[in-house]
Design a protein around this ligand. Structure first.
Ligand SMILES: C[S@@+](CC[C@H](N)C(=O)[O-])C[C@H]1O[C@@H](n2cnc3c(N)ncnc32)[C@H](O)[C@@H]1O
Length: 220
């Protein structure tokens, strides 16, 4: 995380900071429990929400950033797609490697950060990021995504903030993140536009949930 993002972190409400601390534990010491937690908090819908990103892939190779426990990497490898994954967490790498061995599937992976991608400029046709961590708001990551995509390629971000209709849900979110006058997906679109992408938003309905999918194209 660069200095700008660290400054952003200091301005966020204490409950949000606690939430971020807990998510870091989940990506590291408790990575073994990630699938169960994701299944629990989504009422069993996490896999389906994550898979929504694949509906917008039109070009390969695909880079998956922050692949977590590797479900989408396995799905794409199983479809015979050319795919590469990066994730910063050694624990997530281990969980994914175990899953790949068990299923007899393989995809190249690197333990590296979204902010410093070890790939040549213009190498990828698509980048996928589902339920992204804070890297997705860091201008350094967005610059890297733009660099490694070929012109006309797409960055697809699914599940930035899943929303549920109902006042209690909105009150809970406001308690953690503070009142946000603009939808987080709209704020992210502005960040992507500032980084040089042409973004648009698709709201996918899965009643009572709504899952935002941002498709951001690198201009030709
Ligand atoms: C919320 S999980 C999402 C996992 C998976 N994509 C999913 O949909 O369930 C976020 C993942 O991003 C990874 N991550 C966090 N910061 C990162 C960074 N700077 N670069 C690469 N991966 C990062 C974490 O290790 C974690 O596996």
């Amino acid at each position: 995380m660069n200095e700008t993002t660290q400054n952003d972190m200091r301005t966020i409400p204490p409950l949000a900071r606690l939430y971020l601390w807990a998510t870091r534990r989940l990506y590291n010491e408790f990575a073994w429990s990630y699938d169960l937690v994701a299944w629990g908090v989504s009422g069993g819908r996490w896999d389906g929400w994550r898979r929504m990103a694949l509906d917008y892939v039109v070009d390969q190779p695909v880079l998956e950033v922050g692949f977590g426990t590797g479900a989408l990497l396995l799905e794409m490898a199983g479809r015979g797609w050319q795919v590469v994954g990066v994730d910063l967490s050694p624990a997530m790498q281990r969980v994914t490697a175990r899953k790949m061995r068990r299923r007899g599937l393989w995809a190249p992976r690197a333990q590296t950060s979204a902010q410093t991608l070890p790939f040549a400029a213009g190498f990828f046709g698509s980048i996928i990021s589902t339920f992204p961590a804070e890297y997705v708001i860091d201008p350094a990551s967005l610059d890297e995504f733009l660099r490694v995509l070929r012109p006309g390629g797409r960055l697809i971000i699914a599940g930035l903030v899943v929303q549920r209709s109902g006042a209690a849900w909105n009150r809970g979110n406001a308690l953690i993140f503070g009142s946000v006058p603009t939808h987080p997906a709209a704020v992210q679109q502005a960040r992507l536009a500032a980084a040089g992408f042409a973004p648009h938003l698709v709201m996918r309905d899965d009643p009572p949930w709504q899952v935002p999918v941002i498709i951001a194209e690198k201009p030709l």
